[in-house]
Design a protein around this ligand. Structure first.
Ligand code: NDP
Length: 314
């Protein structure tokens, strides 16, 4: 008898096969809104999914800025792609360091003037396997949530005004889901607040993560209804998911010609340093939905959550 785990594995493998095939189909001229002058920025791109998104976007003919918090490692990573003939540039960027963000923005302004795509990929996770350490909660929330918000805020004024709209893509995770059988969140009050997109604000998301961090500090988080595995990481991604919706709502008020579309996606469980290379898909497959979202010809899609090139529930 085929178990439900086998069935979902079968379904996932089939979808991944379909996507591998879709990736080989070139974009047609009318779908291609970008040129070699189109500039995409990827954070935390010296390795893993970020590096792969740079490679794929450059393969589609965009100019891609590979950023890394470590200068030497980033230069080396960019060199690999430059030697492969890709149009890839490098600049240092640590999303936790306001002066690094400022330097980066200044450099972009001077060298490129503006950007078209921002992919917020940089992230950390200190849970190994099924461990559930909250020891590094502060760092995880600071990097994954506040770091992401800070670079977005700094880059918005540098996003190109164009009829096809600029794009922000946040790399999050299904671990931060609020709804359905896969949700790890038992705290009904938090769920209700984060689910109510009409009244959701950045302040509510900030307050939610602050409350979590307070409970961690006080040692009471275990009875707080927070996810019981990958706790801090899941809370950080839940916050970025919620923030993506708030951001999309705010950006939708911009006039035509100045629109910025913001979406997020889960790459799946990917064989990268973050998972100790224990994932079940390659970085190439993990990067796919992010690249697809960044290049979406139908630009009016915003405030949504995706996986395997399909919309999923938050
Ligand atoms: P990696 O650990 O391989 O890559 C993470 C990247 O983020 C590294 O380049 C790292 O730099 C960088 N980074 C960390 N902190 C900062 C910072 N302060 N400023 C700039 N860059 C920083 O992991 P993945 O490629 O797997 O992860 C990429 C994204 O995908 C993350 O957001 C992750 O949460 C998400 N994700 C991954 C999944 C998976 O299964 N792998 C599943 C779901 C989501 P450095 O090399 O210097 O440490």
């Amino acid at each position: 008898m085929v178990g439900s785990k086998d069935k979902s594995k079968e379904k996932r493998d089939k979808r991944l096969q379909e996507i591998s095939l879709l990736r080989t189909i070139p974009y047609s001229d009318h779908q291609r809104w970008w040129t070699s002058e189109t500039v995409a920025v990827v954070t935390g791109a010296n390795r893993g999914i970020g590096f792969e998104m740079v490679r794929q976007l450059a393969g589609h003919g965009l100019t891609v800025i590979l950023t890394s918090r470590d200068e030497n490692v980033g230069v080396e990573a960019a060199k690999v792609l430059q030697e492969g003939g890709f149009n890839v540039d490098f600049h240092r960027l640590d999303i936790l360091d306001p002066s690094s963000i400022q330097d980066f923005c200044k450099w972009i302004k001077e060298k490129y003037g503006c950007i078209d795509v921002l992919i917020n990929n940089a992230g950390v996770n200190y849970n190994v396997g099924s461990d559930n350490s909250v020891e590094f909660s502060q760092m995880v929330i600071s990097t994954n949530y506040y770091g992401t918000k800070n670079i977005i805020r700094a880059m918005i004024p540098l996003m190109r005004h164009a009829c096809q709209g600029a794009r922000i893509v946040n790399v999050t995770s299904r671990l931060g889901r609020l709804k359905g059988r896969h949700s790890k969140l038992d705290n009904e009050a938090v769920r209700a607040k984060l689910m109510d997109v009409d009244s959701l604000t950045e302040e509510i998301v900030d307050k939610t993560v602050s409350e979590f961090l307070k409970q961690v500090e006080e040692g009471t988080w275990e009875s707080g209804g927070w996810p019981h595995s990958f706790t801090d990481y899941s809370v950080s991604k839940m916050a970025v998911n919620a923030y993506t919706r708030v951001l999309a709502k705010e950006l939708s008020e911009r006039p035509d010609g100045e629109k910025i579309y913001a979406n997020c996606f889960c790459p799946g469980w990917v064989k990268t340093a973050m998972t100790g290379y224990a994932g079940n898909i390659s970085a190439e497959d993990g990067a796919d939905t992010g690249v697809w979202l960044a290049l979406l010809p139908d630009q009016a899609i915003t405030g949504k959550f995706f996986a395997e090139r399909r919309e999923i529930n938050f």
